[in-house]
Structures are given as C-alpha cells and as structure tokens.
Design a protein around this ligand. Structure first.
Ligand code: PEP
Ligand code: MG
Length: 325
C-alpha cells in the first residue's frame, strides 16, 4: 500500500483524456502539511485558521497567527496556500463570549459577520496573512460572504491594515489573490456581481447544503436530509461554475462533497477543475480522476441533473463508479 501511495503521489491528477485537475488539500494545523505533501497535494486549498483559536488556551496574537501561517507557507514551498480568515461562531466558538445566547447560531453572528464586528480580532489576522505572504504563494479567502457589502468591508479592511504595515515599515505583500467562499445561496444567485470583485471562488458545500436545504449540518435528527447530492444543491453548483467560467474567475470546490470519489467525478462533469479535500482523501480522489475521461464525467453530470432526489443521484453515481473505477 505504501508503495502505491508513493507512486500515486508522483502522478498528476489527470483524466485519461489529458485534462489536468488541480487537487489541493484542506488543513486545520501546520503539522498537516507533511501528510499533504506525502500524498502529492498541489497546494493547500483551504487552511481553516480558526483552529488556531480552538486549539490554544489563550486568544492567539498577531505573532501566533504569523508563525503558524509562515510555517505552512514555508513547508509547502512554491505551491499555493489559500488561507481562510476566521470562521468562528456557531459550531466553532472562541475564547471570549462573542454573542449572547443565539436561538439560531448558524443564522447568527458567525464567520465573516463576527470578524467584521470584532475588528480587534480580525485585524491582527489580516496583518499576519499579508506578512506571511512574503514567504510564498498566499491567497486570502473570506468565509460565508452573503452580501457585496460584506465583501467590500472585508477588502477595505485589508487595505487599511496594509497601509498600517507600510507606515510601520513592516515587511508584507498586498498584491495577493483575494477570494471568497461560495456557501450561501444568496451568494450563488449574485455570483456575477461578486465575480467583478474577487480573484477566485471556492464552493463550500458543507454550508451550502445546510443553507440550501434548511438542514442544520450538526443536527443528527435531520442528518438523513443533509445530502450534497440533492438536485437543488447540484443546480446551485452548476450555476456557480457557469457564472464563474463566463466571468473568467477560477472556481474550486472545497467542501466534503469533493472527497467522495463518485461526487468528485460528478463535479468534474459540471465543469469543476479544482478540488480541495482532506489529506487522507487525496489518494482515492486522485485514483478516481485518473480512471475517467472528462466526457464520461460530463455524461454522468448530464444524467444526474435529470434525477429527482439525492437518493436517485446516489444510486446512479454508485452504479457508474462501479463500472468506471
Ligand atoms: C464548507 O462549508 O463547505 C467548508 C469547506 O467550510 P467549513 O466546513 O469549515 O464550514
Ligand atoms: Mg463553511
């Protein structure tokens, strides 16, 4: 097994008709970079920085952020790292109480909303990202963007901290790609507008499923309704990829959906050419990519889009995967 892992590491994530797929990894901690490289990741497609908060006893300082990001950037070499800004709130709570009791935390003060409201929390992180960008190919991504106004506020704050750093004579880079997660249906519907103001998109299916189907992603009572293969979710993804392609803005998928081989092939069929998956899923997803042609994936997607339920889609995908891989 170790040998096949090694062989696979050095082979490209390429379909049999020669289409190169970017296969990145999702991480939560710097030490995970090693296992990504062992498995041949093209880069880090999602670095969930809120784990810096969740794993330490005190609130991290700008230096703590900077150290962690620099460690990741240096370890990955010249490959890109997408650093996602804090995604705290709801299921991921920090050190201080950031909101009083909320009836619907997933609809509440979480993620970018929380960062914009707590700038003393957000600014040190933004400064650290721009500082770490000196050491490699750093991209910055905002989570849970719902309105253009949120995106503009976040981008403005990046400009402000960059000016501060320049004034203070601290080494940094400002000219890095800035993008957003697509994980709220409102953002999907407005994607053509967002496309004019970002350098890249990354579809977060974990939250997109939750908000599209009105199913709490952490609630076991409705877990059977939480399906990324639901036709409504597929339509939103299809639409996002079309709009992003038409605007010439790169789009990736970084939710868990992309780590299931059959769903990954469906995503390729919908036009996705960049996936980001947990490190342990890299080999199986790469293996699946290397056994199909884009035409086969497109046929899978075309048929899947005619089906009426997640169950039908899953049965169809399982059958096709058995035939192909
Ligand atoms: C997502 O929502 O799909 C995602 C990748 O982010 P998280 O799971 O951290 O919310
Ligand atoms: Mg999310």
């Amino acid at each position: 097994f170790a040998r096949s892992l090694e062989e696979l590491r050095d082979q490209p994530a390429e379909t049999i008709d020669g289409t190169l797929i970017r296969l990145n990894a999702n991480i939560e901690f710097p030490h995970e970079v090693a296992s990504c490289l062992e498995r041949g990741a093209d880069g880090i497609g999602l670095y969930r920085t809120e784990f810096l908060y969740l794993s330490s006893a005190q609130e991290p300082s700008e230096e703590d952020h900077y150290r962690a990001y620099s460690q990741v950037v240096r370890a990955i070499g010249d490959r890109p790292v997408v650093i996602r800004t804090l995604d705290l709130g709801a299921d991921k709570m920090g050190h201080r109480p950031l909101a009083d009791h909320e009836h619907n935390p997933f609809l509440g003060l979480r993620s970018i909303r929380l960062s914009l409201k707590n700038q003393d929390l957000f600014r040190p992180q933004l400064r650290a990202v721009l500082r770490a960008a000196v050491h490699g190919d750093v991209w910055m991504m905002f989570p849970l963007i719902t309105t253009l106004s949120e995106l503009r506020q976040a981008r403005m704050l990046v400009n402000v901290v960059a000016e501060d750093l320049a004034e203070e004579g601290i080494e940094h880079r400002q000219d890095i790609p800035i993008g957003m997660m697509v994980e709220v249906p409102a953002a999907v519907l407005m994607l053509d507008r967002f496309a004019k103001e970002v350098d890249f998109f990354s579809i977060g299916t974990n939250d997109l499923v939750q908000y599209t189907l009105a199913v709490d992603r952490s609630n076991e009572y409705v877990a059977d309704l939480y399906q990324s293969s639901d036709p409504a979710v597929l339509r939103l993804i299809e639409h996002s990829v079309k709009v992003a392609d038409a605007a010439g803005v790169p789009v990736a998928v970084c939710g868990e959906m992309s780590s299931r081989p059959s769903r990954a092939l469906l995503l390729l069929g919908l036009g996705v050419r960049s996936l980001s998956v947990p490190p342990n899923a890299l080999p199986k997803v790469k293996k699946a990519i290397r056994t199909v042609s884009i035409k086969e994936c497109e046929e899978i997607a075309e048929r899947a889009m005619t089906l009426e339920s997640a169950r039908e889609v899953d049965i169809f995908l399982a059958d096709r995967l058995r035939e192909l891989v």
